[in-house]
Design a protein around this ligand. Structure first.
Ligand code: PEP
Ligand code: MG
Length: 881
C-alpha cells in the first residue's frame, strides 16, 4: 500500500486520503504555484496506527524514500551539520479542524545543525531561536512535557533581563534557554531530546497521528459532526523562514473578505515572523496592503496566485504564505471559511462573474446561515459610547455575563446563564468555553486569529483585537481605555457585526435580512444576495413550504416570508385567556344543555379566529386541526386548587367542583391519554362546534368576496375507525351548514399521522383521509417512547455527549426509525388513495437536514414556524440539487 505521496503526485480530489491540506498542497504544486516541496503521509497510515498502535511496516521505508527525494530537490540533507534542510510536520484532516491538532516546526535541528544553520543563514540569533522553538514544541507535543514549564523558563529569562518580548532575548540567552529546555525534558521524561533528525521526524509524525484523539480535536469533531474514524494525514514540508529580517514575513490571505464577502484580496501580514505567530494571534498583524508598501513584487505575485486559486477552485480560497528574503512561498490553501453574510454575497458574486451557475450558487449557501442572518441586531444609538472597539470577526448580536476562562464559561453556561468569554487571545484549549459562550471577545489578534477563525466556523459572535481593553484573567476583570472596570459576571453586549462592545444589555432590533425577506426588497448587497438565492430555490424546489401559525398576525408574517399556506393551525390557544371560563363551563357541564350553552358561547369566538386566519391566507390552504391537548391543561393546577380550598375560610363551591373535575381527569401520562381524536369522540359537541365555526368562517369569507381554502385535520388517530367516526360527524355538520347557507362546503378532511400504528396502517387510514400530515413531534415521542417534554432536560444531553445521538431526534428526523415510518405511511397511503396529499408539520419541517429527507421521501410539503420559512424554502431548493 502506498502511504506516502510527494506533493506532485496527488490532486485535490484526494482529500479523503491526503487530507484537505495535503490535497491543497498537491493541487497547488500541479498548478505551478511556489509551494515548498514535501510529501504527505496518508490518513490511511494514521488509521492503521490508531487501530493497531503501530505504524504500518512499509511506512518507514516509504518516508525515507520521500525524504531522500525531498533532500535531492532541495540540494540539502535533513539536519546536516553544515547547511541543514529543516522540515515542518503538520496535521491535515479531511475536514479543516483549525488549530485542533499538532504542528511541529524546524525538525532537523540539533546541537550540530544549529551551528550550520547559523552559518548558512548568516543569522546566529535566528538559528538559536529556531532550535529553542523546536526543543520547546517537540518537548511539549511529542514528549508530553507540560508547556507551562517552558513558558515559565522563558518568562524567568525575560524578567531577569527586564525585557518585554521574546525578540529581546539575545543569542547567549537563547542558547542558555535551549539547554534549560533540554534539562526540563530530561527531568520530566527521563529521556534526552533526540539529536537524530530521522528520529525527530518519525516521532513528530507519530505525535500528529496521536493528536487526532486529543481532547481538543475530539470536542471539535463532536461539535462539527465530523466522523471519529477518518484520521488525519501528515504533511512534511521543507521549512521556509519568514523571520529572516525585514525582507521576510508571513501572512494569511483570502481571495475575498471572509467576513463581508466583499471582492478583492484580504488578509494580514506580519513582517519578520513565523507562520504560527499569525494564526495564534500572539502578535498583531498589519493589513495586507502594508505588504504592498514593503515588497510590491511579492504582493503582486500573491495577488496572481490568489486569482489562480480562486478561478481554479471557483470559490473563496485562503492561503498561508511566507516571504523569505523577498521570495514568496505559498504554504497551504483551502476553500475558506466565511460568515453567513459572506457566503450569500460570494455565491451571488461568483455566479454573476460566471464562475459558477445558479445551482452551484445555491449549494454554496444554506438554511442555517440564512437563519443566522435573520437574528436581530443591536439597536445602538449614536450617543451610546462603546466600552471598546475591535475587529468585527464574526457577526451577530450577543449579550452575556463576562467570564475570563473556558472552565467558568462552561460551568456558568451549564447553569443556564448566557456568558461572553473574554480572553487576551484564545488558544485551542479555549474551545469548550467558546462553544459554551454566546460570544467571544479578545483584546489581541485580527480576523485571522484563532478566535476569529474558530468563531466564524461555529457561527458564533466574535469581536477580536479590542486593543484598548486590558484583560486580567487572574483578577477576573477587564479595564477599558477610560478606566472603566468590568468584573466577572457583569453583563456586556457584543456586536460582532460592527465590532463594538457595550456595557449592559442593549436592546435588539430586527435584522436587515429579516426585514428584506418580509418586504421582498433588497436594501444592500447582502439582502440582494439572499433574495437571489431564495428566488432560485423557489424555482427549483418541489416541496411546498407552509407555516405553522394560529393567529392572523402570524399568518400575515408567514405569508410575507413566503409561506404557501398554513400546514398546521393549532386551535388550543383559542381556548385560553379570557375564554377559560367558557372552556371550564364546557368541561364542567352536568348535562347536554349546559354543555351546549358553553359551546354555543365559544362558537362565535372560534369563528372569528378562523375568519381572520382565512383572510390572511386568502387563496391558500389553511389546515385547521381540531383540539388536541388533554382537557386538564385548560383547568387550574391540581395542587394549587387543593391548597386554595384547604386554606380558604369560606371555600368556593365552584373551586370544589373544579377540583373534582381535575381529579376525575387526572392522568399519569396525559400525552398518551385523552387527547386528539379521543377527545373529539369523548366530549360530545366539541367537534361539531369547531367544524361549524370553520364552516361558517368559510361562508363568511366567501360572502365577503374572499377565497378561503380551509382544510380540517384530525389529530392523534391510531385506527381508521376513529377517523371514520369523526369524519362522519364532520361531514354531518358541513352538510348542515350547507343546508343553512346554500354554500357548497366540500372541505378536505384529513388526519395527522403521529402514532406508529397510524403509519403502519396508513393504507387503511388513507381510505378515509384526503390528506396526511405527519406530526413528527408525537411520532418521535411515540416511536422512541421518549417524552418530548422531558427529554431535553433528562438524558438526551448525556446521549449527545456519549455519541448515542448525533443530534436530538426531536430536532433532526431520525431517518432510520421515525423517518422509515414516514416513508411507510406515504407509500401505503398513496397506494390506497392516489389523490392523498402529504406533508409534515412537526418541528422537523423547519430543520434543514430533515427537509432533505422529506424531499427524498416524496412528501408534498413541509410546514414550520414562520421564522423558519425562508430557510425551509432554501433547503427545499437545495434538496433537489
Ligand atoms: C406533532 O406532533 O408533530 C405536531 C405537529 O403536533 P403537536 O406538536 O401540536 O403535538
Ligand atoms: Mg402532535
Amino acid at each position: 500500500i502506498k502511504y506516502v505521496y510527494a506533493f506532485g503526485e496527488g490532486d485535490r480530489d484526494m482529500a479523503a486520503l491526503l487530507g484537505g491540506k495535503g490535497a491543497g498542497l498537491a493541487e497547488m504544486t500541479r498548478l505551478g504555484l511556489p509551494v515548498p516541496p514535501g510529501f504527505t503521509v496518508t490518513t490511511e497510515a494514521c488509521r492503521t496506527f490508531l487501530a493497531s498502535g503501530a505504524e504500518p511496516p512499509e511506512l518507514h521505508a516509504q518516508t525515507a524514500a520521500a525524504l531522500a527525494d525531498l533532500e535531492d530537490a532541495m540540494g540539502r540533507r535533513l539536519g546536516a551539520p553544515d547547511d541543514p534542510l529543516l522540515v515542518s510536520v503538520r496535521s491535515g484532516a479531511r475536514f479543516s479542524m483549525p488549530g485542533m491538532m499538532e504542528t511541529i516546526l524546524d525538525i532537523g535541528l540539533n546541537d550540530d545543525s544549529v551551528v550550520g544553520l547559523a552559518k548558512a543563514s548568516g543569522r546566529e540569533r535566528f538559528a538559536w531561536d529556531s532550535y529553542r522553538r523546536l526543543v520547546q514544541m517537540f518537548g511539549h507535543t511529542v514528549m508530553g512535557v507540560d508547556g507551562d514549564l517552558f513558558q515559565d523558563a522563558i518568562a524567568a529569562h525575560r524578567a531577569k533581563l527586564a525585557v518585554a518580548a521574546d525578540q529581546d532575548l539575545d543569542v547567549g540567552e537563547l542558547h542558555a534557554l535551549t539547554e534549560e529546555f533540554k534539562e526540563i525534558i530530561r527531568r520530566e521524561t527521563g529521556e534526552e531530546f533526540p539529536q537524530d533528525p530521522a528520529e525527530q521526524l518519525r516521532r513528530a509524525v507519530r505525535a500528529v497521528f496521536d493528536s487526532w484523539n486529543g481532547e481538543r480535536a475530539r470536542v471539535y469533531r463532536h461539535r462539527e459532526h465530523i466522523s471519529e474514524d477518518l484520521g488525519t494525514a501528515v504533511n512534511v514540508q521543507a521549512m521556509v523562514f519568514g523571520n529572516l529580517g525585514a525582507d521576510s514575513g508571513t501572512g494569511v490571505a483570502f481571495t475575498r473578505d471572509p467576513a463581508t464577502g466583499e471582492r478583492g484580496m484580504y488578509g494580514d501580514y506580519l513582517p519578520d515572523a513565523q507562520g504560527e505567530d499569525v494564526v495564534s494571534g500572539v502578535r498583531d498583524a498589519v493589513p495586507l496592503a502594508e505588504l504592498k508598501r514593503l515588497d510590491a513584487t511579492s504582493y503582486l505575485a500573491l495577488g496572481d496566485h490568489l486569482r489562480t486559486l480562486e478561478s481554479h477552485y471557483r470559490d473563496l480560497c485562503d492561503v498561508e504564505f511566507t516571504v523569505e528574503r523577498g521570495k514568496l512561498w505559498i504554504l497551504q490553501t483551502r476553500v475558506g471559511k466565511r460568515t453567513a453574510q459572506a457566503a450569500f454575497r460570494i455565491a451571488r458574486d461568483l455566479r454573476e462573474e460566471g464562475a459558477i451557475n445558479a445551482d452551484e450558487a445555491l449549494v454554496r449557501v444554506d438554511g442555517a446561515a440564512l437563519t443566522r442572518l435573520m437574528f436581530p441586531r443591536f439597536d445602538v444609538h449614536s450617543d451610546d459610547v462603546p466600552l471598546a472597539r475591535g475587529v468585527p470577526a464574526s457577526p451577530g448580536a450577543a449579550v452575556g455575563a463576562v467570564v475570563f476562562d473556558s472552565a467558568t464559561a462552561q460551568r456558568r453556561a451549564a447553569e443556564g446563564e448566557d456568558v461572553v468569554l473574554v480572553r487576551r487571545e484564545t488558544t485551542p484549549d479555549d474551545l469548550p468555553g467558546m462553544i459554551a459562550a454566546q460570544a467571544v471577545l479578545t483584546s489581541r489578534g485580527g480576523k485571522t486569529s484563532h478566535a476569529a477563525v474558530v468563531a466564524r466556523g461555529m457561527g458564533k459572535v466574535c469581536v477580536c483585537g479590542a486593543e484598548s481593553l486590558t484583560v486580567d484573567p487572574v483578577a477576573r476583570r477587564l479595564t477599558t481605555a477610560t478606566g472603566t472596570v468590568v468584573t466577572e459576571g457583569d453583563v456586556v453586549s457584543v456586536d460582532g457585526t460592527t465590532g463594538t462592545v457595550h456595557l449592559g444589555a442593549l436592546p435588539l432590533t430586527a435584522s436587515e435580512v429579516g426585514e428584506a425577506l418580509e418586504n421582498g426588497t433588497a436594501t444592500s448587497e447582502v439582502t440582494a444576495a439572499v433574495l437571489d438565492a431564495l428566488a432560485h430555490a423557489d424555482a427549483v424546489r418541489r416541496l411546498e413550504v407552509r407555516a405553522n401559525a394560529d393567529t392572523p398576525e402570524d399568518a400575515v408574517r408567514a405569508r410575507a416570508l413566503g409561506a404557501q399556506g398554513i400546514g398546521l393551525c393549532r386551535t388550543e390557544h383559542m381556548f385560553l385567556g379570557e375564554r377559560r371560563s367558557l372552556v371550564e363551563a364546557m368541561i364542567l357541564a352536568r348535562d347536554d344543555a349546559a354543555r351546549a350553552a358553553a359551546l354555543g358561547a365559544l362558537l362565535p369566538l372560534q369563528r372569528a379566529d378562523f375568519t381572520g386566519i382565512l383572510a390572511a391566507m386568502d387563496g391558500l390552504p389553511v389546515t385547521i386541526r381540531l383540539l388536541d391537548p388533554p382537557l386538564h391543561e385548560f383547568l387550574p393546577d391540581r395542587t394549587e386548587l387543593a391548597v386554595r380550598l384547604a386554606t380558604a375560610v369560606h371555600p368556593d363551591p365552584h373551586d370544589r367542583e373544579l377540583l373534582a373535575a381535575v381529579e376525575r381527569m387526572h392522568e399519569q401520562n396525559p400525552m398518551l391519554g385523552l387527547r386528539g381524536v379521543r377527545l373529539a369522540l369523548a366530549v360530545p359537541g366539541l367537534v361539531a362546534m369547531q367544524v361549524r365555526a370553520i364552516a361558517e368562517a368559510v361562508v363568511e369569507r366567501r360572502r365577503a368576496g374572499g377565497d378561503p381554502r380551509a382544510e380540517i385535520m384530525i389529530p392523534l388517530v391510531g385506527t381508521v375507525e376513529e377517523l371514520r367516526l369523526v369524519r362522519a360527524e364532520t361531514e354531518r355538520v358541513l352538510a348542515e351548514v350547507t343546508e343553512e347557507t346554500g354554500e357548497d362546503l366540500d372541505l378536505p378532511i384529513g388526519t395527522m399521522i403521529e402514532l406508529p400504528r397510524a403509519a403502519l396502517t396508513a393504507g387503511r387510514i388513507a381510505q378515509a383521509a384526503d390528506f396526511f400530515s405527519f406530526g413528527t413531534n408525537d411520532l418521535t415521542q411515540t416511536t422512541w417512547g421518549l417524552s418530548r417534554d422531558d427529554a431535553e432536560g433528562s438524558f438526551v444531553p448525556l446521549y449527545l455527549d456519549e455519541g448515542v445521538f448525533d443530534t436530538s431526534p426531536f430536532e433532526t428526523i431520525d431517518q432510520e426509525g421515525v423517518g422509515r415510518l414516514v416513508e411507510i405511511g406515504v407509500e401505503a397511503g398513496r397506494a390506497a388513495n392516489p389523490r392523498l396529499e402529504t406533508g409534515v408539520c412537526g418541528e422537523h419541517g423547519g430543520d434543514p437536514e430533515s427537509i432533505h429527507f422529506f424531499h427524498q421521501a416524496g412528501l408534498d410539503y413541509v410546514s414550520c414556524s414562520p421564522f423558519r420559512i425562508p430557510a425551509a424554502r432554501l433547503e427545499a431548493g437545495r434538496a433537489t440539487l
